[in-house]
Structures are given as structure tokens and as C-alpha cells.
Design a protein around this ligand. Structure first.
Ligand SMILES: CC(C)(COP(=O)(O)OP(=O)(O)OC[C@H]1O[C@@H](n2cnc3c(N)ncnc32)[C@H](O)[C@@H]1OP(=O)(O)O)[C@@H](O)C(=O)NCCC(=O)NCCS
Length: 156
């Protein structure tokens, strides 16, 4: 188990390259390090070769961060670094998120995404379904407003 402070560096390396800057979705370092100190926070890293246990010097190719309340878990951040995309890491990391939540007794998983984010194809392939819309929730740097789509996966 790597100390969470080392993992803050790994998460921030992915964060700064993975999220398009125009939507302001990326968290800053302080937000991440504070979140990792909270007992309700769960996170995992994935290496470029798909390993979920990273060696001490390995960078992360992707991560998720989620927060749980009772039998629900909300996926707050989910990202794969651009140079590691389209080779199945997103699938592997999402599978890990779902299975880890299931093992901890979670019944309902939630996430929120920008309308038309290609990530929606990935989420749908794992059973997530749109259950709500927050109209014009995201504001792009150019002033455009984009709906947020709330997605849910009910676990058996
Ligand atoms: C979304 C994201 C995590 C996908 O990671 P990835 O490692 O490329 O995902 P995978 O290789 O496992 O691909 C999963 C599937 O998602 C779909 N997909 C992923 N990116 C896509 C894209 N740009 N366009 C269309 N479909 C896409 C495809 O169906 C893909 O399967 P395929 O490659 O067999 O066709 C990654 O693009 C990312 O980090 N995006 C920026 C951050 C972000 O928007 N996170 C989600 C916030 S809600």
C-alpha cells in the first residue's frame, strides 16, 4: 500500500493532462489531498499495463475517486491519461470501481457527466442509465452552457 500523499502526485499528474481545460472539471491538489483524508473517500489507480497495484516508482495512467454515503457511492472523478487511452484501461478501471463498491455492500452508484462526453459510451456499456438532467450545469470557458447528465447503476 503506497502512502496516500504519494498517490496525490500520481492523481494530479493524470488530472492535469486528462480533463479538457475548458470545462473546469479538474480538481486542484488541495481538493484531492483533502478528499483522500476523508473516510468516505475511495480511490484506485491503474498503471499503463493495466495493473491495479502500482510499484513504488510507477506513475499512474488513470484513477478514480468516489465518495460513499450509506449504500450509495458517487463517482466524482474518473480519468485515463491521453497517451494511455483506447486500450481498455477505462473499462478495467470502471469494472474495478463497480466491483469494489459491490463488495462493500453498495446498492446504487451515481455519476454526473457533461452531455455528449464520450465517457457516456463507456458508462452505458457497464449498465449505467441516465436518470436526471441538470440543464446548463457546466459553463465552458467560451461561455457555452452544457447540461449535466446524472447516471445511475443499480447493483443486484
Ligand atoms: C473517458 C475515458 C476515461 C475513457 O478511457 P479509455 O481508457 O480510453 O477507455 P477504454 O479504452 O476502456 O474505452 C472504453 C470505451 O469507451 C468508448 N470511448 C472511449 N473514448 C471514446 C471516444 N473518444 N470516442 C468514442 N468512444 C469512446 C468506446 O466505446 C471504448 O471502447 P472501444 O475502444 O472498444 O471502442 C478517457 O477518455 C478520459 O479520461 N477522458 C477525460 C476525462 C473524462 O471525461 N472523464 C469522465 C468524466 S464523467
Amino acid at each position: 500500500m503506497v502512502h496516500p500523499l504519494d498517490d496525490v502526485d500520481r492523481i494530479m499528474d493524470v488530472m492535469t493532462s486528462a480533463f479538457p481545460s475548458e470545462f473546469g472539471e479538474a480538481w486542484n491538489r488541495r481538493q484531492v489531498s483533502d478528499a483522500l483524508l476523508l473516510p468516505a473517500t475511495q480511490y484506485a489507480l491503474i498503471a499503463d499495463d493495466g495493473a491495479m497495484e502500482l510499484k513504488p516508482c510507477d506513475p499512474a495512467a488513470g484513477f478514480y475517486l468516489s465518495r460513499g454515503v450509506l449504500d450509495e457511492e458517487e463517482l466524482l472523478l474518473f480519468a485515463i491519461a491521453p497517451e494511455s487511452r483506447r486500450k481498455g484501461l477505462g473499462h478495467a478501471l470502471l469494472r474495478e470501481f463497480i466491483e469494489h463498491a459491490r463488495q462493500r455492500g453498495k446498492k446504487r452508484l451515481f455519476l454526473e457527466m457533461r452531455r455528449n462526453n464520450p465517457a457516456g459510451i463507456l458508462y452505458a456499456s457497464h449498465g449505467f442509465r441516465a436518470v436526471g438532467i441538470r440543464p446548463r450545469y457546466y459553463r465552458a470557458l467560451n461561455g457555452d452552457r452544457i447540461d449535466a447528465i446524472t447516471q445511475e447503476l443499480v447493483l443486484e
